[in-house]
Ligand binder design. Structure first.
Ligand code: BTN
Length: 265
């Protein structure tokens, strides 16, 4: 049984993610994806919960998904905001860790882009390190942590929001606002499959090549805030194989492994 494609075509307008509240649906769907699924109608953060599970030990590959988060985390201690019932909010535990957290979070952006392409969403751009952009706004972000000998990757995708919270209205958008009607349950399935693809080291080169192709950072003048005390400006010239951003500054090339990028022009 394939939940992502096996249901009548009229259903996608009715978002099906909450069907996972039913243990039978959850178990069948989890079987399809080769994972134990933990579903929450409301949770603080799927990432916190998955990290806790990773630390305490889980029986097998597990993913935590929620209809709503009350304390979602973004990168750099930011909050991840989403209205109830509108976003895909999930965290997957991979054990052993398929890559360093920073590299896997970057490649997860490629997995999001590939998954969305199957729903007809083209023209997705990737902003270093791991943001997915569409029509001038951020639609998804990825976050990875090493925990319990494995890796927890958390992804938030803005799916059904018609309006964005005031705090992020200038930078964020959603699939619905860009005219795409996507079912969160089907997206969860596709995205899980794509994460499994990028987790395979043999697929790394292709994924890096696709990141470079979709990059909206490389080739641009950027300002990178590395820490409270360190900020650099220059031209982003490339992406190293370990996920570092290469920036040409007046003082030579810098390899940036973590930071917030502002595109200047
Ligand atoms: C970012 O762009 O700053 C990363 C955002 C990651 C958000 C997701 S939503 C699901 C998971 N749970 C969290 O608390 N954060 C991640």
């Amino acid at each position: 049984m394939v939940f992502g494609t096996g249901l009548p075509a009229s259903l996608p307008e009715m978002d099906r993610l909450t069907l996972l509240a039913d243990p039978a649906v959850r178990s069948a769907f989890g079987g399809e994806l080769g994972r134990i699924i933990e579903y929450h109608a409301t949770i603080g953060s799927t990432q916190d919960r998955a990290r806790e599970l990773a630390r305490t030990g889980v029986a097998g590959p597990t993913l935590v998904v929620a209809d709503q988060q009350t304390a979602g985390h973004g990168r750099s201690d930011k909050t991840w905001l989403s209205e109830p019932g509108t976003a895909l909010l999930a965290s997957w535990i991979f054990r052993p860790a398929p890559a360093e957290p920073a590299l896997f979070a970057l490649l997860a952006g490629v997995a999001v882009a590939r998954a969305l392409r199957t729903f007809g969403v083209a023209d997705l751009g990737l902003k270093w390190p791991n943001d997915v952009w569409l029509t001038g706004g951020k639609i998804a972000g990825c976050l990875a942590h090493a925990d319990g000998g494995g890796l927890v990757i958390g992804i938030g995708v803005n799916v059904g929001q018609r309006t964005m919270p005031r705090e992020i209205a200038e930078t964020a958008t959603s699939l619905a606002r860009a005219g795409h009607d996507v079912d969160r349950l089907a997206l969860l399935a596709r995205l899980t499959k794509e994460l499994d693809v990028i987790a395979d080291p043999a697929a790394r080169e292709d994924a890096l090549a696709e990141w470079r192709k979709r990059s909206i950072t490389v080739g641009r003048e950027v300002e990178v805030t590395i820490s409270d005390k360190e900020r650099i400006r220059g031209r982003a010239s490339g992406l190293a194989d370990d996920g570092a951003l290469l920036v040409e500054t007046p003082y030579g090339q810098q390899r940036v492994i973590a930071g917030e990028v502002r595109v200047l022009g």
